[in-house]
Design a protein around this ligand. Structure first.
Ligand code: GLC
Length: 432
């Protein structure tokens, strides 16, 4: 869906020119003091809503209940959107385009900040109200647009390789694989075990949706390529990117990925891993806690994502809280955002649902590490993670990536052609 800005703002000309690809250093302009939507005007107290994708962890409502108990006149109601992030984005955009006040606090995927901020669908936030200096730097960067803060980190996300410790041990493998070749050979050994002969090797998120953009970018980055270069310019038609995409395409073709793997979102892969169908799974930290309540309890661990010649790198994921420009009761909303994202609640989300906290100190807490041994791998994954393109036209960018990667995975295009076409699409949609 093509969207247009709903309010006048100083750089609308640049938006029209399609030249809003942001660089890491950012620039001044929109972010300054100025008349950013909503800045300073956080008024009104009363009921609000919290809008997020379906909660698969079960940890959100108890958190909201705690807030509601403390604030009986300012209750928050949970509006759950579909699990698919693309559908969440569409519904949030629709809410903004109709200027509806139905949504108050939005759980924004980290990749949507620029788009929502540039269109003034979300308010610029007062930075001093939030303890950003205690949070991991790359995580805070995902909440900024042109040097202004437009969201507050609630949870980060880094991809990890889940593997079956029991089966690797039985097959005589002492270390989880660090490269794609090691993953394939480890899997071949495991499948020689009588109890593993019907298992598949590996799955990630290969359905045509945001998860595929994540997995594609990870494969490209983990082979030494990039989707966009350091200046934000598309640079995906390269031999390195080709090696990354070829790993995914080859794995689907040679059966490393099960046939149905091409339809998997996060939850499908988790179910397959938990029910003993997979030796390896690429997924986010939330799986750690849920798998511990399944039949593979005590039989899995995590390692860094493998790559072409050594450990690979994850795409940086996560969710930030943003305030819809069209909402009422903004004073309540800001207090709620502060509450939801505070360190104590981040620790609770970590303990109850193995979500990745934005706070640096929680990763170095010895007692926590003992109880949640995946924390060092997760911290490393987040710190080494590569952000997806930070662009206002993110919808166009991700849909181009999804289209071309899926065409290659399903064999309707060669990897070489898909990357060539993707480079052209990205140049068009970013104006670079
Ligand atoms: C997770 C990540 C998010 C990503 C999505 C893809 O929710 O936190 O950043 O876009 O998965 O499916």
């Amino acid at each position: 869906m093509k969207t247009t800005p709903t309010r006048a703002f100083p750089y609308s000309a640049a938006l029209a020119a399609g030249a809003l690809l942001l660089t890491a250093c950012g620039s001044s302009g929109a972010g300054g003091s100025g008349q950013a939507a909503g800045a300073g005007a956080f008024e009104g107290r009363g009921p609000i809503t919290y809008v997020a994708g379906k909660d698969t962890t079960g940890a959100v409502q108890p958190m909201l209940d705690r807030w509601n108990k403390l604030h009986p006149k300012e209750k928050v109601t949970f509006i759950q959107l579909p699990t698919d992030p693309d559908a969440q984005r569409q519904q949030m955009i629709q809410n903004a385009e109709t200027k509806s006040d139905a949504y108050t606090v939005l759980s924004l995927d980290v990749v949507w900040t620029s788009e929502f901020a540039a269109h003034r669908w979300i308010d610029k936030l007062p930075e001093k109200r939030f303890p950003l200096d205690r949070m991991l730097k790359p995580v805070v960067a995902t909440a900024k647009y042109r040097d202004g803060l437009y969201a507050v980190p609630a949870s980060s996300d880094g991809g990890m390789l889940y593997y079956r410790t029991d089966l690797l041990k039985q097959a005589g493998i002492s270390q989880p694989p660090a490269t794609w070749a090691e993953l394939k050979s480890a899997c071949a050994k495991v499948r020689k075990l009588p109890e593993a002969e019907d298992m598949s090797c590996y799955a990630g998120q290969f359905q045509k949706y945001e998860g595929l953009t994540v997995n594609f970018a990870e494969a490209v980055n983990s082979a030494g390529g990039t989707v966009t270069d350091a200046n934000g310019k598309p640079d995906v038609d390269t031999p390195e990117a080709r090696k990354g995409l070829d790993f995914l395409v080859g794995s689907v073709k040679d059966g490393t990925v099960p046939k149905e793997g091409i339809t998997y979102l996060e939850e499908d892969g988790r179910q397959a891993f938990q029910s003993g169908k997979l030796v390896f799974l690429r997924n986010w930290p939330y799986v750690y806690s849920l798998a511990g309540k399944s039949g593979i309890k005590g039989k899995y661990a995590v390692a860094p994502l493998p790559g072409l010649n050594g450990p690979g790198s994850s795409s940086l994921g996560g969710h930030n809280l943003a305030l819809s420009s069209y909402a009422g009761n903004k004073a309540t909303a800001l207090d709620f955002m502060k509450f939801f994202s505070n360190e104590e609640n981040a620790a609770t989300f970590l303990k109850d649902a193995s979500l990745a906290p934005p706070y640096a100190s929680l990763y170095d807490d010895k007692a926590l590490i003992e109880q949640y041994p995946y924390l060092p791998v997760l911290k490393e994954s987040i710190l080494r993670a590569v952000p997806r393109p930070r662009v206002v036209q993110y919808g166009d960018v991700t849909s181009a990536v999804q289209g071309e990667a899926y065409a290659a995975l399903t064999g309707s295009k060669s990897s070489a052609q898909a990357l060539k076409d993707l480079q052209a699409d990205l140049r068009k949609s970013t104006g670079q």
